[in-house]
Design a protein. Structure first.
Length: 232
């Protein structure tokens, strides 16, 4: 099962897909207006008074408006086709990422034994930092005290009681406190293996081993899987 791009806690995934959806909605509305305008004009011509026909200048003006709307619809359709082709080209280029590990704000896959490297980025002015662990159902399963540092943290897969959690997808939210108040809360970056690339609303999405989907533009680092040569 693949989690949508706008998955738990990942804010960066909503921007591009939202823009694409808005563009599609605008095109649909414009096409609807175009069809309505055409129906109104033909109805007006059909039922005009033969003794007092439409003034030729008014008819010419309406034809000019009709042509303008038609060209705008065709232009939008052409732009949509170009964007789709560009997205497919980008997706083709990023197929080389399949099997690689990318770092982004996303859920991580825990195999039941191998620690997960979490990259926290707490607020510099914080006096206390906690990392909250959530499972795939967004249930809190652990809360860990961290130093006020951006140094990677190796999560061993334990819950708050020291018990090892089962294999699955987990999300890490880093909370920065100042005077016992949360001043920053954001999803920590983790490395995950790319399983597939997809075209989502005109943008390239990466399907991760955890089942989550992230936009390629949200990736902050890329490397070969641990244990292989040529790390980038």
């Amino acid at each position: 099962m693949t989690t949508p791009v706008s998955s738990f806690g990942t804010q960066q995934a909503t921007g591009g897909s939202g823009s694409a959806a808005a563009s599609q909605s605008a095109t649909s509305a414009l096409t609807s207006d175009f069809e309505t305008f055409l129906n109104l004009m033909t109805t007006q011509a059909k039922y005009q008074d033969p003794l007092e026909p439409m003034d030729s200048s008014d008819y010419t003006a309406q034809l000019a408006q009709f042509s303008s709307v038609e060209q705008q619809v065709l232009t939008n359709e052409t732009l949509s086709s170009m964007l789709s082709a560009l997205s497919l080209g980008n997706m083709s280029q990023l197929t080389g990422w399949v099997g690689k590990e990318v770092r982004a704000q996303a859920a991580a896959h825990f195999d039941g034994s191998t620690p997960v490297a979490v990259a926290p980025n707490p607020a510099a002015v914080a006096d206390e930092v906690k990392m909250v662990v959530y499972d795939a159902e967004e249930n809190e399963v652990g809360r860990i005290d961290l130093p006020v540092s951006a140094e990677p943290y190796q999560w061993s897969g334990e819950d708050g009681d020291g018990n090892t959690l089962p294999e699955g997808s987990y999300t890490f939210v880093v909370e920065s406190y100042s005077n016992d108040e949360v001043i920053l809360s954001e999803v920590a970056e983790v490395y995950g293996r790319v399983e597939e690339t997809q075209n989502v609303n005109g943008e390239v999405a990466l399907i991760m081993e955890s089942g989550s989907a992230i936009l390629a533009s949200a990736v902050t680092a890329l490397r070969d899987p641990e244990g292989t040569s040529g790390n980038s």
